[in-house]
Design a protein around this ligand. Structure first.
Ligand SMILES: NC(=O)c1ccc[n+]([C@@H]2O[C@H](COP(=O)([O-])OP(=O)(O)OC[C@H]3O[C@@H](n4cnc5c(N)ncnc54)[C@H](O)[C@@H]3O)[C@@H](O)[C@H]2O)c1
Length: 318
């Protein structure tokens, strides 16, 4: 039985795939994406997940037990292309929910986001159950998706699992057009010893997470016993939270001359409607969630990884 990742060559899929292979064995994972990977390998399938027949065809021809649906248009990109974002973020989920209902696989993982919250949501330690009035294309599609996930669980018994990821930081693969991408960009500029112009305001606090924690949380949720899971819409998940100013200061510990200017744009307006921090008590209680990365540990990992792979000349003392 295979694990199928749809949207496998994005920021999260690239690392989730490796983690799944480590856990379940080489060639246990089939990677599908609309674009080809840089280096082709045998377990890759070119797939446009908006084409229902192609998705069903693939699931009918392969023995798949778990699907990880990661194909999406992220927050900043989705604002530029609302219709397309709805089609990718919603239609693809529907196709998979229907395939699951027909018994073509056993378990579905589909990530939601902190973008499901909105301007009237309490900002500090945002609870699992609270006001949800997202006013972005992306947030609206994620909230609708959460409701459909729970519906297919309740009505059809489909084993659906989901996390509300915060902004994800990683160095192996670049982020794909979200509002929190500024945090990753800062590291690249710092290592090139160039000033960075940040599109989010200096004091805008947002929930974030290092990729290793996001991948580990996903694996933990997917292997948790079904009877432990009280939430089938999507679990709040918390890692760290910081402002651009705090991140720049944390980077300066290792690259002292790093400078940041602030010119907020439309992404600041999106960020302003999102929580500052997240209360993830259900994830902790139900399946033992604990993040491993604090701000400093994340900063060190990002700098070390990027220096090793992309900026060997950069001066920094870790
Ligand atoms: N990265 C974050 O900070 C973050 C935060 C919250 C939630 N999420 C969610 O996690 C999931 C994965 O995010 P990511 O950061 O890896 O995104 P990404 O943009 O980096 O990757 C998405 C992948 O999906 C592929 N794709 C797009 N349209 C497709 C289609 N029609 N058919 C097949 N593949 C298609 C893209 O080629 C890309 O490789 C998304 O659902 C996203 O909303 C991400």
């Amino acid at each position: 039985m295979k694990k199928l990742i749809i949207g496998a060559y994005g920021q999260i899929g690239s690392e989730l795939r490796v983690a799944l292979e480590k856990r379940h064995g080489l060639h246990s994972v089939m990677a599908a994406d609309i674009r080809k990977p840089e280096s082709e390998d045998s377990d890759f399938v070119l797939l446009d997940a908006t084409e229902k027949d192609s998705v069903f065809g693939l699931l009918e021809s392969e023995e798949v037990d778990e699907v990880y649906l990661l194909a999406a248009l992220l927050s900043a990109k989705a604002e530029q292309m609302p219709q397309q974002a709805w089609r990718i973020n919603m239609q693809v989920l529907f196709n998979l929910l229907e395939a699951g209902k027909e018994g073509l696989f056993k378990k579905l993982f589909w990530p939601s986001s902190i973008a499901v919250f909105g301007p009237h949501t309490p900002k500090q330690h945002t609870p699992q159950y609270t006001v949800m009035d997202p006013d972005t294309v992306y947030g609206i599609s994620k909230l609708a998706g959460e409701r459909w996930m729970e519906y297919y669980f309740e009505k059809y018994g489909l084993d659906v699992r989901s996390l509300r990821y915060p902004g994800i930081l990683s160095w192996k693969t670049a982020p794909g057009g979200g509002t929190t991408d500024y945090a990753v960009e800062m590291f690249h500029y710092a290592l090139r010893h160039e000033p960075y112009v940040c599109y989010v305001a200096p004091g805008e606090r947002l929930p974030m997470m290092y990729i290793d924690d996001a991948v580990e949380g996903t694996l933990q949720l997917m292997s948790a016993p079904a009877e432990k899971l009280r939430i089938r819409s999507s679990y709040n998940l918390s890692g760290i939270d910081f402002t651009p100013e705090e991140l720049a200061r944390a980077i300066r510990r290792y690259i002292p001359g790093f400078r940041v200017e602030y010119r907020p744009d439309f992404r600041q307006q999106i960020a302003a409607t999102w929580p500052d921090s997240i209360d993830d008590r259900f994830a902790r209680e139900d399946w033992g969630w604990r993040p491993r990365f604090d701000l400093d540990k994340m900063v060190r990992e990002m700098l070390a990884g990027l220096k090793q792979t992309q900026y060997p000349e950069a001066e920094l003392s870790l």
